[in-house]
Design a protein around this ligand. Structure first.
Ligand code: PLP
Length: 398
């Protein structure tokens, strides 16, 4: 029998989050009566422009940035693309730098963009390795810097294992080098997963570009932000109108932008309690490791190196995808680190970069908690998981 027949236990908040009802409330008027185009000169348009700029100011204040430095995009992936392509192509056009540094655990919006720029646009790419906990060493980044390094892109926190990268330390290293060098190195961080939990003060972090996405912070899908520090050379990806200071043409997604502003305010001001979340995650980890034989945890060991809501496990002899489908039948929404493509089932690039063998990477499961997750849900999960795993092992004869 299905334990939770009419209610799904949602444990996949790193994939997306539901819109906070308070965020939805502030968005709705912009689809109904306040539907003006922010570029229109009459009152309805001016009202929309005011709402867009209000959201911009809210976000800028949370990032301790200037509103002029906030660019609205359609998603985190677009922001990552704009950061990498925009800065690198601008640097290349000026003949100032041809080298990119990144890590092997980036989201594909960064990783695939960097590879594509290297293979098709003549950039040189250095991928600085991570250790077995999914952490990059700031010294290794420093060692990879060359005279022609134009951009360094390192994520703030990883979406599969939750490892938090030493962004502030790397920012300091880059700032020191930039004091002496004629051509500055620009530093981008993808803060999509970090935004719910970590400091976002761009000056403190020492970064020039920062990516955020609405749907990971209880805001809407279809909206993202790229913070671009004043003076950073950058070219648009989308040409057309003058929106976003000619850096991102296209009529603004007013409702989405207003929702993004409200979502980021919510997560900052009614802060999801990190300690409470850590307690829940701790309970989950202990429960899984003690109740499921042949299970192990992937990711950082120290609390300060990990997001409080992501736990990644490998289960000996179990296919991650089969586990996700079986758990779905039991009413749990979770995900695996593996990525399906049409031709092959690839193991997670993050887990492989951390040194896992393919078999362990294929048997991984990511649980990501959210602000509505309860102890009762964790208890239900811990109760069901061992049974599902044993069943799958029996079927596969392992
Ligand atoms: N960066 C990270 C770290 C992510 O986890 C995601 C989404 O999974 C993205 C970027 C892409 O964001 P979006 O879905 O808004 O394009």
């Amino acid at each position: 029998m299905n334990v939770i027949s009419d209610k799904m236990v949602y444990l996949d908040h790193a994939a997306t989050t539901g819109v906070d009802p308070r965020v939805l409330d502030v968005m709705l008027p912009f689809w109904k009566e306040r539907y003006g185009n922010p570029s229109s000169l009459y009152r309805l348009g001016r009202d929309a422009a005011k709402a867009v700029n209000g959201a911009r100011e809210t976000i800028a204040s949370i990032l301790a940035a200037n509103p002029r430095e906030i660019i609205f995009t359609s998603c985190g992936s677009e922001s990552d693309n704009l950061a990498l392509r925009g800065v690198l192509l601008a640097r290349q056009a000026a003949g100032k730098g041809n080298h990119i540094i990144t890590t092997p655990i980036e989201h594909h919006a960064v990783g695939h963009t960097a590879s594509q720029l290297a293979s098709k646009s003549g950039f040189e790419l250095t991928v600085v390795p991570v250790d077995k906990y999914g952490l990059v060493d700031p010294q290794a980044v420093a060692d990879a810097i060359r005279d022609d390094t134009a951009l360094i892109s390192i994520m703030y926190a990883n979406n599969e294992v939750g490892s938090i990268q030493p962004i502030k330390k790397i920012g300091k290293i880059i700032a020191e080098i930039n004091k002496k060098e004629e051509h500055p190195i620009y530093f981008h961080t993808d803060a999509v997963q970090a935004a719910n939990w970590l400091e976002l003060n761009v000056a403190d972090l020492g970064i020039h570009l920062l990516t955020l996405s609405g749907h990971k912070i209880y805001g809407p899908k279809g909206v993202g932000i790229l913070y671009v520090k004043e003076g950073t050379p950058i070219m648009p990806l989308i040409y057309g109108g003058d929106q976003e200071w000619k850096l991102r043409a296209g009529t603004e997604n007013t409702a989405g932008i207003v929702g993004m502003g409200a979502a980021i305010s919510q997560i900052r001001h009614s802060k999801v309690n990190t300690l409470e979340m850590l307690k829940l995650k701790d309970k989950l980890i202990k429960g899984v490791l003690t109740n499921v034989r042949g299970s192990k945890l992937n990711g950082p060991k120290k609390a300060e190196d990990q997001l409080p809501n992501i736990a990644n496990f490998s289960f000996l002899g179990v296919e991650g995808e089969s586990l996700v489908i079986s758990l779905d039948q039991e009413g749990f929404a979770v995900s695996t680190g593996s990525a399906c493509t049409s031709t092959a089932l690839l193991p997670s690039h993050v887990l492989i970069a951390m040194g896992l063998i393919e078999l362990d990477a294929h048997s991984s499961l990511r649980i990501s908690l959210g602000k509505y997750t309860t102890i009762a849900e964790i208890d239900q999960f811990i109760k069901i998981l061992p049974k599902v795993i044993e069943k799958l092992r029996k079927i596969s004869g392992r």
